[in-house]
Design a protein around this ligand. Structure first.
Ligand code: ATP
Ligand code: MG
Ligand code: MG
Ligand code: MG
Length: 431
């Protein structure tokens, strides 16, 4: 008999198959038991009818506890009442390991308890759905960039210098030298773009963020494309096409997961390039005119500002041309204004905040040197980076998309901690 996974069941309609599975939940009466089976690939209901399997097997099925592992044999049957579409008419159950007192029961648990048990919480339907959506976003990311002529490049994680100063950096030792965990691979990706034209990275980044928000992790994953000969406005087009692509991919390939999360898909269905562009100047003016007197020109937005600005759109928006003083040293100044730079943040709808930060980069050697000095960065450590504007400098742009923010938004989960398997938070390094 064929051993298959739940995800493969549709191909075996009417046939008897064997599944390796865990008991996610169970309901039973004197005559019939409903086993909620999960095997990682999906969830399906197994039906055990006493009159058909006999007293002994029925007693075994009735006694199954949550998270007990089993081999179940049965016939695949169409089941039009379930979203999955199939069920298993069970003919045999073989217990592999009996789980006793699984701590996460179907009743409600507090967040701290669930976080302490993250290694077990991951088995839930909800977490399963989020992880599958995360995986689909990663898959669609590779698809988009590969289809558009980008080369994947992996920047280092241990670094000697960092793009944005050292305040949020994790310091470590590199033998006798000081080293830092990467908080962005951008500078290396710029070097890679000068070698390979269009490049993207996907890797972990680390920030010692001291603030406790629902949008910040200490360790998160970033996708960082960098493109030679691409100017600011052209980069925005790549960004909106990329984000539209991943949203469409999730809508197409994660229907069951979105349903399980009760995601309002009508909101996602509207996401299509182009996205609105709003200048920082106009954004500040709009905020001040609409009751936000806690922010003035020259300051960065807080979460409530970003939420309010995005609220009147059903699309992600770009906020463009931020003041030079609140952005990193490498951003290209506006050709007609010296107080703003050629940059944009993409703000997701529904209160999820900034998902992308991007800009055109300076490619003038003297200006880059001056900006490094103004930011009190160690010129020696940036000598290699300065070489990029010394030998065949070209206009180039890039951006960084935070994977977990994007997963949270597309999945519709409120807190970023659920969008990564093992979140690192201000007060949490375990499990
Ligand atoms: P924020 O303003 O929300 O703190 P940022 O401007 O510091 O973000 P960038 O340096 O522009 O972030 O990083 C690029 C992207 O990485 C952000 O747009 C966001 O999607 C993501 N990101 C930044 N910091 C975090 C974090 N601590 N946890 C999760 N994702 C993050
Ligand atoms: Mg930040
Ligand atoms: Mg920001
Ligand atoms: Mg940013």
């Amino acid at each position: 008999m064929k051993k298959i996974t739940i995800a493969e069941m549709a191909k075996y309609n009417g046939q008897t198959v064997k599944l390796g599975a865990w008991i996610a939940n169970k309901r039973s009466s004197g005559k019939i038991a409903f086993l909620q089976l999960r095997d990682g690939s999906g969830f399906v209901q197994g039906v055990v009818v006493k009159a058909e399997v006999g007293d002994e097997l029925f007693a075994t099925a009735k006694a199954l506890t949550q998270e007990t592992s089993v081999y179940v044999t049965g016939e695949v049957k169409e089941d039009t009442r379930s979203a999955f579409g199939y069920e298993l008419a069970v003919t045999d159950v073989e217990v592999i390991h009996e789980a006793k007192d699984f701590p996460i029961t179907p009743k409600e648990h507090g967040t701290e308890f669930l976080m302490d048990n993250r290694h077990l919480w991951l088995r839930s339907r909800r977490q399963h759905a989020i992880m599958k959506i995360r995986n689909e976003i990663i898959r669609a990311t590779y698809e988009f960039f590969n289809d558009n002529g980008f080369v994947k490049v992996d920047p280092p994680i241990l670094t000697g210098s960092s793009p944005e100063g050292t305040s949020e950096l994790f310091a470590t030792k590199y033998f006798d030298e000081d080293a830092y965990l990467s908080q962005s691979g951008q500078l290396y990706m710029e070097a890679a773009a000068m070698a390979l034209g269009k490049v993207f990275s996907f890797g972990p980044t680390f920030r010692a963020e001291k603030s406790k928000t629902r949008r910040h992790l200490i360790e998160f994953w970033m996708i960082e494309p960098e493109m030679a000969f691409i100017e600011h406005a052209e980069s925005l087009e790549v960004q909106e096409q990329y984000v539209s692509h991943i949203v469409q991919a999730v809508l197409t390939n994660c229907k069951l997961e979105l349903e399980r999360l009760e995601r309002d898909v009508s909101k996602l269905e509207k996401i299509k390039a182009p996205f609105p562009r709003v200048s920082y100047d106009d954004a500040i003016k709009w905020l001040n005119d609409n009751g936000f007197d806690d922010i003035k020109w020259g300051e960065d937005f807080g979460a409530p500002h970003e939420t309010a600005l995005a609220e009147s759109y059903d699309m992600p928006i770009f906020i463009t041309h931020y003041p030079i003083g609140i952005k990193p040293f490498y951003m290209q100044p506006h050709p007609e204004r010296d107080d703003v730079v050629l940059c944009a943040d993409m703000i997701a709808p529904e209160g999820y905040g900034e998902i992308i930060g991007g800009s055109e980069r300076i490619h003038d050697y003297e200006l880059m040197k001056q900006r490094i000095k103004e930011h009190n960065l160690d010129e020696e450590a940036y000598a290699w980076y300065l070489d990029l504007s010394k030998y065949g400098a070209v206009p180039h742009s890039g951006f960084g998309l935070g994977l977990e923010r994007t997963v949270a938004w597309i999945s519709g989960v409120e807190h970023i901690r659920e969008s990564i398997p093992f979140p690192r938070l201000l007060n949490r390094l375990y499990p």
